[in-house]
Ligand binder design. Structure first.
Ligand code: XMP
Length: 327
């Protein structure tokens, strides 16, 4: 292929034997970690959930699982994830890193810089390196998937979790090794492995969510205030679209203000964009044909429940050239 994914053999859904894959990866994790300990970090998405369960199966309590409260998560997310994994017998430690992330994101408006400076550097150099030091772990298990590598190498987006293909040596750069048990899979295959591992449907079938979290859904600077606005909009959009069975759905907070009218007066206010996608693996996608009545209901709720919003749009362009996320 010559695009950096060439060293990775994709395992297609139709060729996947989930139980055999689990056995192989459990053995590979044991081999990679040896007598050391490893850490994994849950993002709330299916990829990190699957990697954590594989690691737990391979290492038992030699795997320490964390959730990094970065201040960019959806409403109630940390408690929800801790609860899900407690029920699966996996203890999760919460790390409060909100101040670090917001300090790094301050004044950053360029999308790639947001990913690199605001998210990658803080996650890997600061937060994980600290956890590795404290826990004595030598290995970070990470849920990179085939599509992440592919998109990064194609120069579309620098996924925050791709290293080797960019010539980054995490051991030299961050002080620990990274193992990527599901890097040969695309999303539908990850879900199949998740189901085979006993992951409940609400996690295994969860729509994708980006590692940079709500920072990927704020155009311009991701301040705590702007993240709070998109968090409120996300709660409404997710509640309204959960029954549609789409691949992914989200709210985006735009940077430009637009003129609106409220209580008979001009109100220079916020614009929220709603996106809802039909896709198999996020490489291409088309917008879901929602009914106009449904769209209007979402708009009415966003305007009524999210302070300052005066305009709501629905993205009707396909990927490509659109992308699933706006940042
Ligand atoms: P795009 O926006 O490139 O998204 O069409 C494709 C899929 O990847 C997710 N995504 C990300 N996931 N870190 C992630 O972990 C990122 O930086 C990132 N950017 C996009 C996106 O939600 C979609 O499922």
């Amino acid at each position: 292929m010559g695009d950096g994914t060439s060293s990775i053999r994709e395992v297609k859904l139709e060729d996947l034997d989930a139980d055999a894959f689990i056995r192989e990866q459990v053995a590979a994790i044991r081999e990679a970690v040896g007598d050391d300990t490893a850490i994994s970090a849950l993002s709330g998405g299916v990829d990190s959930a699957v990697v954590t369960l594989l690691g737990h199966r391979a290492l038992g309590d030699r795997l320490k699982t964390y959730i990094v409260e970065n201040g960019l998560m959806r409403e109630g997310e940390v408690d929800r994830i801790v609860g899900w994994f407690a029920a699966l017998g996996v203890p999760v430690h919460v790390v409060d890193a909100r101040e670090k992330f917001f300090a790094a994101l301050k004044g950053v408006t360029d999308p790639e810089e947001k990913r690199e400076k605001g998210i990658t550097q803080v996650f890997y150099k600061d937060v994980f390196a600290g956890l590795v030091r404290e826990s004595g772990a030598k290995v970070l298990l990470q849920g990179t998937i085939f599509t992440d590598v592919e998109e990064t190498m194609a120069g579309i987006k620098r996924q925050h979790n791709v290293f080797a293909q960019l010539g980054i040596d995490p051991e030299a750069e961050f002080g620990y090794r990274v193992t990527e048990p599901i890097v040969s899979l695309r999303k539908p295959a990850v879900r199949a492995v998740g189901r085979a591992l006993g992951l409940p449907g609400e996690i295994a079938e969860r729509p994708p969510f980006p590692g940079p979290a709500l920072a990927a859904r704020v155009i311009g600077e991701a301040t705590p205030e702007r993240i709070e606005i998109v968090r409120k909009a996300t709660r409404i959009v997710e509640a309204e679209l959960a029954q549609v069975n789409a691949f992914q759905y989200l709210a985006v907070l735009h940077e430009d203000l637009v003129t609106g009218i409220r209580n008979g007066k001009r109100d220079f206010g916020l614009q929220v964009e709603v996106r809802c996608w039909e896709s198999r693996d996020a490489v291409t996608a088309v917008p879901t044909e929602l009914s106009f009545a449904h769209l209007r209901r979402i708009a009415d709720r966003l305007v009524a429940e999210v302070p300052g919003v005066v305009s709501v749009t629905y993205n009707i362009a396909a990927k490509p050239p659109s992308c699933i996320e706006a940042v």
